[in-house]
Design a protein around this ligand. Structure first.
Ligand code: ATR
Length: 283
């Protein structure tokens, strides 16, 4: 039997976050490394507020090849890196660090991961489509930017705090037509929408019976996508399905943000199916 064990040549990776105990990233990436027979490993690190700078210095000192960064460190980490990819700079957050012989580059794979999962899993191609986004928080920023860069014809952003929706809409206006609004204004544009993307925590475990907007107007021909993946099928998606809309769950965004990170670190195509199996088995 040829069982892999960690050794002095193992290339190290990890994720920095607080909290981090429930992260599925180690399971996903270690499965990907094993699948391709790479001598590499990935661990979770509980980095408390105030210790991020030291932790990033540790990436250099210990020659980790790559690190994912999650809540609450995605913004602060930008201060400690050598280079920020222009997309991550525009989004204003880094979720992936690549270490090239001590030079640390920050990237953001959340938005491009989302767009890739939409294409691969729902067969939805963003170019030329009109999108309604629900929510304008941290998670929405990468999604909005990537939808705009991918060639969406229009991105409408609805949010409880309208000023945040307007700000986010303005930030992507160099790339596409965009407008911020409150939830009540959805009525005026809903006849014109191809895709709805939900980007808030409403409906997330344990509040699984919550839904953010009226879904009675959802219809066949509409695609409804939720970035929440716990539960895998949210109330929003259930109601969308009942009305004949095509649905797309949030697990794909997690898998494909990881796939891009894996590809940046290893230069190999990510074994997406195995990664998904590993994550689903860990639920
Ligand atoms: P994240 O990084 O997860 O996106 P965030 O930046 O705090 O977190 O953003 C949370 C998003 O969920 C925001 O769009 C927020 O709306 P506001 O900007 O108006 O606060 C939205 N949100 C959270 N709870 C909500 C609720 N009960 N009803 C409506 N929107 C909610």
């Amino acid at each position: 039997m040829n069982e892999w064990v960690m050794n002095t040549g193992t290339v190290m990776h990890g994720v920095f976050g607080d909290p981090i105990k429930h992260s599925k990233s180690p399971i996903m990436h270690n499965r990907a490394f094993r699948e391709l027979g790479l001598n590499a490993a990935y661990a979770a690190f509980h980095i408390k507020p105030g210790r991020l700078k030291d932790a990033v210095a540790g990436i250099r000192a210990m020659q980790f090849r790559g690190v994912n960064v999650t809540i609450p460190h995605k913004l602060e980490v930008m201060d400690y890196l050598d280079e920020i990819h222009p997309d991550a700079l525009a989004i204003g957050a880094v979720n992936t660090i690549v270490n090239d012989d001590g030079k640390l580059t920050g990237c953001n794979t959340d938005g491009i991961g989302y767009v890739r999962s939409l294409r691969e899993e729902a067969g939805f191609h963003v170019a030329g489509k009109k999108v309604l986004m629900l929510g304008a928080g941290g998670a929405a920023r990468g999604v909005a930017y990537s939808l705009a860069k991918e060639g969406a014809a229009a991105v409408y952003i609805a949010n409880r705090t309208v000023s945040k929706a307007e700000q986010l809409a303005e930030s992507i206006r160099p790339f596409t037509k965009s407008e911020g609004m409150g939830y009540e204004a959805i009525e005026d544009i809903r006849g014109d929408i191809d895709l709805i993307v939900h980007n808030t925590e409403v409906g997330m475990h344990p509040n699984v019976n919550e839904v953010l907007i009226d879904t009675s107007w959802f219809h066949e021909g509409l695609t409804v996508s939720d970035i929440v993946y716990n539960p895998l099928v949210t109330r929003l998606l259930r109601e969308a399905e009942e009305r004949g809309a095509r649905t797309h769950g949030g697990l794909g965004m997690f898998i494909y943000q990881g796939a891009y990170a894996f590809e940046y670190w290893t230069g190999r195509e990510a074994p997406v199916q195995a990664m998904r199996e590993a994550v689903l088995a860990a639920f």
